[in-house]
Design a protein around this ligand. Structure first.
Ligand code: GLC
Length: 420
């Protein structure tokens, strides 16, 4: 497994970035690059930082960081760069993804500090180079994606949440006008464990809307036809704001920057608590178009454990749900197994994802739930041993689903699961 994990990363390495998977996703994705950088840190510290530097090369002057960077166009693969109408070098998408980068940079720095004087110097220099871009990204998120000052970041496309087909998006997506005309492009691989074809006309209708609005996020975050405050993205945001402030302190960044990041961290943590539903005992995403909480609960809810912002009683209730959802299923199904929409092999509709598991287990460990965290790690390890470095896993059988040779699975096998 150690060798396989390393081979997958090396085979997917394109020198300064890593493709998410060679066949299905031949580009660099934003949140993927964060998890992948952690994997590289177990092999080559400098290469880990380069992954982040490269993804931030896609950053726009206003601070926006795109969710896909097409460094080279390797044939046609949907969604290809032309979809976005944002040519450039590299061509990029016009939407973003959960902001894990600051949290990753902090971990890389800590790792480098533990690996001797030279790595430490190299790590500090690299983190200092990234610092202005990370600040600019967070500033952009808080300014452009929180135009009403709720303290919550608004996602304007399901793909921005990283949990593309989550059943939580079914109702807000139903209100989006579908693109007329030819159906979805041909998708590689079997479709049962790939995003549902039915949603594609709406995904594309939304891209048309964003494109027509010139990707003016602040306007879309107030008027767009899809606007959600995602429990997952906002948990990641709260953690990343706090980690950014910590990173700034470790690096001796300017006090103005550090105070700004601390202010964001406080606001994000407070705002996350507004997504808590005490009856359900979950953080629930909110549809900002209708003002309603979105059901079913999904694994995004458990990222409250990662956020650093959950109260002790919230932690207890979330940990109890993790255990409950694991009864009969591999932890953690991506959606509530009791819900009618649950599908144990469905893409973000029930199947198990290693990146989310890592964040949940990390959060459990930090909150004194070490035994449950270890159980999750052991189960995730068994999934990889049984099925390899797959994109996601069947919540009942553990069968590997979606793309093979999936980079973030390989990276976290090394960083988290001890396969290094
Ligand atoms: C899918 C996943 C998303 C991931 C991307 C590339 O779209 O839903 O989270 O970033 O693939 O791996």
């Amino acid at each position: 497994m150690r060798r396989t994990a390393r081979q997958v990363l090396e085979a997917n390495d394109r020198g300064d970035h890593t493709v998410a998977s060679p066949h299905v996703y031949p580009y660099q994705w934003l949140w993927d690059s964060g998890f992948i950088a952690l994997g590289w840190a177990t092999i080559d510290g400098a290469r880990a930082w380069r992954e982040l530097e490269t993804v931030l090369r896609g950053q726009a002057p206003d601070g926006f960081v795109p969710h896909v960077l097409a460094h080279r166009a390797p044939g046609r693969r949907f969604p290809d760069p032309d979809l976005w109408g944002r040519p450039g070098d590299p061509a990029t998408s016009g939407i973003t993804q959960p902001p894990v980068l600051a949290s990753v940079a902090l971990r890389l720095l800590e790792h480098a500090r533990g690996a001797g004087a030279q790595s430490r110097r190299q790590g500090e220099a690299a983190a200092l180079r990234l610092w202005p871009s990370l600040m600019a990204f967070h500033r952009w998120l808080h300014r452009e994606r929180d135009p009403l000052g709720l303290g919550l970041v608004v996602s304007v496309h399901p793909w921005e949440t990283g949990m593309d087909d989550s059943p939580a998006w079914d109702s807000p997506l139903a209100a989006v006008a579908p693109r007329a005309g030819p159906g979805p492009p041909e998708l590689p691989g079997p479709t049962a464990d790939r995003p549902g074809a039915a949603a594609y006309p709406r995904y594309l209708g939304l891209v048309d809307e964003l494109r027509a609005a010139g990707y003016q996020s602040s306007a879309l975050a107030v008027r767009g036809s899809f606007r959600v405050a995602d429990a997952g993205t906002n948990a990641v945001m709260a953690r990343a704001d706090a980690d950014l402030a910590l990173l700034g302190r470790r690096l001796g960044a300017g006090t103005g920057d550090i105070e700004e990041a601390q202010g964001w961290a406080r606001r994000s943590a407070e705002a996350l608590s507004t997504l808590w539903d005490d009856d359900a005992g979950h953080f629930l995403s909110h549809d900002l178009v209708t003002g309603r909480a979105l059901r079913p609960a999904t694994s995004a809810s458990f990222l409250g454990l990662w956020s650093g912002a959950a109260s002790p009683s919230q932690v207890q209730r979330l940990a109890a749900h993790v255990e409950g959802w694991a009864r009969g299923w591999h932890p953690v199904p991506s959606s509530d197994p009791e819900a009618a929409s649950f599908d144990p092999r469905g893409f973000w509709r029930g199947s198990v994802w290693v990146n989310v598991n890592w964040m949940i287990a990390q959060g459990l460990g930090e909150h004194g739930e070490g035994a449950l965290a270890q159980r999750m790690a052991a189960d995730s390890r068994a999934l990889l041993q049984g099925a390899g470095m797959r994109e996601h896993f069947h919540a009942r059988s553990g069968e590997g689903l979606g793309a093979t040779d999936f980079s973030w699975t390989a990276a976290l096998a090394r960083w988290w699961l001890g396969m290094e």
